[in-house]
Ligand binder design. Structure first.
Ligand code: AMP
Length: 426
């Protein structure tokens, strides 16, 4: 199948060709005709599969085909895309800019954490397509800057992550302020029960499209596991970066604090690194991301939520500096590399305290990831679980992320620690 055979508007075919796409990805092959037909869609697909184009292209097509005479000069918002993170919203906005560049349709992106002035100005000028994070959408709608009475298409992207992040109430509120009669598309990387329920309440006789069976890791990604003691993780990370001659690498930590620590450690070793996480300002995050994309920074250290939606073309390496305690997170992490069929490599650094989490990951992905034993920092009993010590160095913070942590509940760190942590600028 080619894009040309899909009856897409010529303005879209031109943009797709300019992007250098020749063949639609599997999700695009399945989803584009469904969306073009006006039907609701339930899409189970990870980022990295070409999911954004799978909805952006047919939405642009529909809006072109049904181009409305503008009443009284006002451009109504006709398509709304709700996403869990600012990064993802920005990236989806970029996709609309790319695929829609010859359509004359206008879009804008709105998200929280920045002043609203430029966003409200864009809205007042009129947009056809609005990409949002939910909090700022509701806020601006309440202030009277956003009217959704003419909405034709609603997309909920990364619905599973949206629910994980506690945005279900926002989603319900949005459903109340958009027309009942509309086309709805829901995308989610996983389909747990709460997503199925949500989809039943939002979608009308949807066509279901499954691209990545739950928990399956992209086949193109070459995964390796290293057992290592906690105190050797930094050295092993540096060793891997140098040994593999990684030009750019995305490193995942569980916590913001952990991300900052890794950055400081790498900088001391003269490896350029920046962190991207929720404590950084929006501008700071965008700058870190563009430095990384431009190759100015070799290592981007990210927490899971901040990294969701990061799309770096040609990213080969992902390092799991810490093993995630939610197994699906591993699938999302490694999905950052090897995108759209290119080769990716993922390295997991697993200390004895993380062995249980690692076993759960292997159960989910249905794979035994090859273990590399031939490295300079081997562990005494590789693959054997060990409980975390009671008052370990990073325990207090790590355990905050574990639901009902079963062990090692370290007492909170003394205030002195957190104060000195933020006062490095003198
Ligand atoms: P997504 O899953 O939407 O995050 O897309 C992943 C990556 O695949 C992005 O970098 C897109 O530019 C790229 N991509 C999307 N569709 C195609 C296609 N048909 N051919 C080649 N690359 C594509």
């Amino acid at each position: 199948m080619t894009f040309d055979s899909m009856n897409l508007h010529p303005a879209l075919l031109r943009a797709v060709a300019e992007e250098g796409y020749t063949t639609p990805t599997p999700i695009q092959q399945q989803a584009i005709p469904v969306v073009m037909s006006g039907r609701d869609l339930l899409g189970c697909a990870q980022t990295g599969t070409g999911k954004t184009a799978a909805f952006a292209i047919p939405i642009l097509h529909q809006l072109m085909e049904r181009r409305k005479a503008q009443q009284g000069g006002r451009r109504p918002i006709r398509a709304l895309i709700a996403t869990p993170t600012r990064e993802l919203a920005i990236q989806i906005g970029e996709s609309f800019a790319n695929y829609g560049r010859h359509t004359g349709l206008r879009h804008t992106v709105i998200f929280g954490g920045v002043t609203q002035g430029s966003q409200t100005r864009a809205l007042q000028q009129g947009v056809d397509i609005l990409v949002v994070t939910t909090g700022r959408l509701l806020d601006l709608q309440q202030q009277g800057f956003i009217h959704l009475n003419d909405l034709e298409i609603f997309v909920l992207d990364e619905a599973d992550r949206m629910l994980d992040m506690g945005f279900i109430h926002d989603v319900r509120k949005i459903l109340k302020i958009i027309p009942q009669k509309r086309q709805t598309l829901l995308f989610s990387a996983t389909m747990p029960d709460d997503i199925v329920k949500l989809s039943q309440s939002m979608l009308h006789q949807p066509k279901r499209v499954d691209i990545t069976p739950q928990g399956t890791t992209a086949e193109t990604i070459h995964q390796r596991l290293y057992y290592v003691e906690r105190q050797d993780k930094n050295d092993l990370l540096v060793h891997l970066i140098n040994e593999e001659k990684m030009e750019t690498v995305l490193v995942f930590t569980r916590t913001k604090h952990g991300a900052d620590k890794v950055v400081r450690m790498l900088n001391k070793k003269n490896i350029t690194a920046e962190a991207i996480h929720g404590n950084k300002s929006q501008n700071n995050r965008q700058r870190a991301l563009s430095n990384f994309k431009d190759g100015k920074t070799r290592v981007l250290v990210a927490t899971d939520i901040a990294a969701r939606g990061i799309d770096v073309e040609g990213l080969t390496y992902v390092v799991n500096y810490e093993i995630p305690n939610i197994s699906e997170t591993y699938v999302h992490r490694i999905g950052r590399s090897g995108r759209a069929g290119s080769a990716g490599r993922s390295f997991a650094l697993c200390m004895p305290e993380e062995v249980k989490d690692w076993r759960n990951i292997e159960k989910l992905i249905g794979l035994k990831v090859p273990v590399i034993t031939d490295h300079p920092y081997p562990c005494e009993n590789p693959g054997v679980y060990r409980e975390a010590p009671k008052a370990e160095q990073t325990g207090g913070r790590r355990n905050q992320q574990r639901p009902a942590a079963s062990h090692a509940h370290a007492s909170p760190r003394p205030k002195r620690f957190s104060r000195s942590y933020g006062s490095g600028r003198r």
